[in-house]
Design a protein. Structure first.
Length: 448
């Protein structure tokens, strides 16, 4: 079988950076498993998805695999994977196998996963430190303890086991926070596919459809352009359902006069996209809908203008919040002053989430939002500064459920607008604007 070519240079460079970090700390060995397969029910499995950290360093997407990196005078990168098995491959698909894996993925060597327990104890000997994702619990702790115990059997011959245990995950989180050129290119492609899916939904929707029908349009567009899966469970929420933040696409009817909120993005080559748009089922915003929609657009614009290198992570949220709260006061959803409402937090009944999150291999990607070097408790550390290459979402919203103290014209209106932002040298670029956000442009697209 001829496998498609892959660019191994980005994976080699990431391993080189991690090994350099380990050498700077005195050297050692890093072990990292991929994700396990998961049974859905009886003899059916969930669609397999590899571990993000494992993929980030290896590019390998098969289950039952471990990556081993040794930092020292001579660096080594080793893969343990499933052996070729023609009988099993008839049922479950082609395996690369250790014979081809080393060359294909730019590694020094590869072995059968069946040799892991025999080889690892020897590799651990005389290493000053052991790096592993220890927060993954028994999946890592059990094998590591077994390998260490086996290695200790040779200590009478003057050999030593690692004296220092280091959690690998925070190191990789810092690396993954700033995207390299290959990652940015993939995320741009994912953004284009997802934007096209949202545009398709806008052109397709009509009163009387159901939420699940619109979800089907999204999934079709993802797959027909090569995306492997949705990056997360798609939200398709009509009417009052849009006020439920994580509402999955259900069977509710999309009614004339209501809005529909879609929060959906594809995963392409392991990288996520994340877009939210809110638009009228009948193709035209009502007056109250348009008032809150334009307010949300203005809040997103303010947030995007605040996102630039050197600014704290929270700058975009604070900029959006001021616009949203002032708008809530102007529309009589709240009473009081801008500063007083910001201080009291009364706005949170209508806007209860942050304005964004990191984005990458995971839709809520890894990385500390506060300065990891600051010597303070988590709730008092300063927000970390943005740098070029970071990828984040910008997603203000407003959610108004029916209540006696709320103007009835706004009842059950839920709006969120979300784009994916790449921090550039001078500001940020919204890479998901292949689908319109301006109300007039959305209405024009829907008329098509």
């Amino acid at each position: 079988m001829t496998l498609p070519a892959i660019d191994i240079a980005p994976f080699r460079e990431r391993r080189r950076r991690l090994l350099a970090h380990m050498r700077a700390q005195g050297g050692g060995i890093a072990v990292l498993p991929t994700a396990p397969e998961a049974v859905r029910n009886r003899d059916a499995e969930y669609p397999y998805r590899h571990d993000s950290d494992f993929y980030y360093l290896s590019g390998f997407i098969e289950p039952e695999a471990w990556l081993v990196l040794i930092a020292g005078a001579d660096d080594h990168a080793l893969l343990f994977c499933r052996p070729r098995d023609p009988k099993m491959e008839t049922w479950t698909g082609y395996r690369v196998g250790p014979e081809a894996a080393a060359e294909r993925f730019g590694l020094d060597d590869a072995y059968s996963i069946e040799e892991l327990d025999d080889i690892l104890p020897e590799l651990l000997l005389d290493q000053p430190a052991l790096y592993a994702p220890f927060e993954r619990g028994d999946m890592v702790d059990g094998p590591v303890q077994a390998w260490l115990e086996a290695a200790r059997g040779q200590t009478r011959q003057g050999r030593r086991v690692p004296q220092r245990m280091q959690n690998l995950s925070p190191v990789l989180a810092e690396m993954r926070l700033v995207k390299d050129a290959a990652e940015i290119a993939t995320m741009r492609r994912a953004a284009r596919i997802s934007a096209g899916a949202h545009a398709r939904a806008m052109r397709t929707v009509r009163p009387g459809m159901h939420e699940y029908e619109l979800e089907a349009e999204l999934l079709y567009e993802f797959r027909r352009h090569g995306a492997q899966a949705p990056a997360y469970t798609s939200i398709v929420a009509g009417g009052a359902n849009a006020c439920i933040l994580h509402y999955p696409a259900g069977n509710a009817e999309l009614r004339d006069g209501d809005l529909v909120l879609i929060d959906a993005g594809c995963e392409l080559d392991s990288y996520a996209s994340d877009i939210t748009r809110t638009f009228p089922v009948n193709g035209r915003y009502s007056g109250p809908q348009r008032a809150l929609y334009d307010l949300t657009v203005a809040a997103q614009q303010a947030a995007a203008e605040a996102i630039r290198p050197g600014q704290p992570w929270n700058a975009g949220h604070q900029a959006a919040l001021r616009v949203l709260v002032q708008g809530m006061l102007d529309e009589k959803l709240l009473k009081g002053s801008l500063d007083g409402t910001l201080e009291s937090g009364d706005y949170s009944r209508f806007y209860m989430h942050q304005t964004g999150h990191w984005l990458g291999l995971d839709v809520h990607d890894v990385g500390d939002y506060r300065d990891p070097a600051a010597p303070y408790a988590d709730d008092t550390r300063p927000w970390r500064a943005l740098v070029p290459g970071m990828m984040l979402t910008v997603e203000p919203g407003i959610y108004v459920t029916a209540a006696d103290d709320v103007p009835s014209r706004f009842w059950n209106i839920g709006i969120r607008i979300e784009d994916d932002a790449l921090v550039t040298e001078t500001g940020c670029e919204l890479i998901t604007r292949g689908v319109p956000v301006n109300a007039r442009e959305i209405e024009a697209l829907m008329r098509e």
